[in-house]
Design a protein around this ligand. Sequence first.
Ligand SMILES: NC(=O)c1ccc[n+]([C@@H]2O[C@H](COP(=O)([O-])OP(=O)(O)OC[C@H]3O[C@@H](n4cnc5c(N)ncnc54)[C@H](O)[C@@H]3O)[C@@H](O)[C@H]2O)c1
Length: 309
Amino acid sequence: MSTILVTGGAGRLGRSVVTVLAHAGHDVVSVDRVEVPGLPATQIVRELGDAASFREVFEAHQPDAVVHLAAIAVPFSAPDEVIYRTNTTLAFGVVEAAKQTGVGTVLIASSPTVIGYNAPDGWQPTFLPLDEDHPLAPWNAYSRAKVKIEEFVEEEVRAGTPLRLGVFRPCYVIAPEEWFGAPTQQGHTIEERLDDPALSAVSLFNYVDARDAGDFVLAWLAQPHAAPNGSVFFVGAGDSLVREPVPGALARFVPETAALADALGDTDPVFSSARAERLLGWSPRRSWRTEFAAESDESEEARESEATA
Ligand SMILES: NC(=O)c1ccc[n+]([C@@H]2O[C@H](COP(=O)([O-])OP(=O)(O)OC[C@H]3O[C@@H](n4cnc5c(N)ncnc54)[C@H](O)[C@@H]3O)[C@@H](O)[C@H]2O)c1
């Protein structure tokens, strides 16, 4: 058992990451500007910012590893300058403070948006499915900050960092309660996203259950040396968040992808998590086809028992 400090542990992704790590037997410290009732962690409420703020919490809690999730997580939810400055400052601060305090291992959240697939002026994939070798084309403050963070990790490794570093790009995160009707990050329910494929087409139908992303974090922390230092991983579901066959849906909603879309099977994800599977033995266990259907079955059962009551 070790002590893992999760920044942003109260968030959509953080709550599941904290829960998975705690259930696996780790001591978890969540540092966030808000608290969540019932989170299986020591919760520290504080505003993180520069390296000094991270140093204080690292010195107080002496974590063996840090999972850095805290960020402005929604593109365009704040002025560009604020998103870029906040997200890069937080990531820079985490790495600097880890070096200064002897924390050995840091995993940082990036985003699939670094690929640039939803650029208003159009975007052309080089190949499908998209993997970690695909060229990047960020076009807004959020994705530019994530690219900067990935470059910063690369630079850190090149400079001979004493840290073990990793970066993951979780696909559109679905928290467990969202299978049961809670709004997703963009405010729509899962049912609305499935009923109107245009809503998910902007992110090429990518998604991941937050608990599966938590399992990825657990797998990475268990074997941080399994991949070259600073490695980047896509972390997505094993299928796409769309009811119709994926090649047709891509051709209909994202015509630039049509020429390459036939490389995909009818339910395939557009983003490949094969690297995580190959190097870490992680693969997603949950799909909307099981999780959302489970919700429908339960609703059905509830309706039937109400009708017979
Ligand atoms: N949700 C997604 O679909 C998605 C997809 C790709 C990448 N990501 C990345 O994953 C990470 C987590 O995303 P999320 O969806 O859980 O976001 P979220 O907004 O639900 O959670 C982020 C948490 O960080 C906290 N936080 C933010 N700034 C802070 C600060 N300065 N000091 C202390 N706490 C702070 C917030 O209070 C919040 O609880 C982010 O880095 C995000 O960019 C998320």
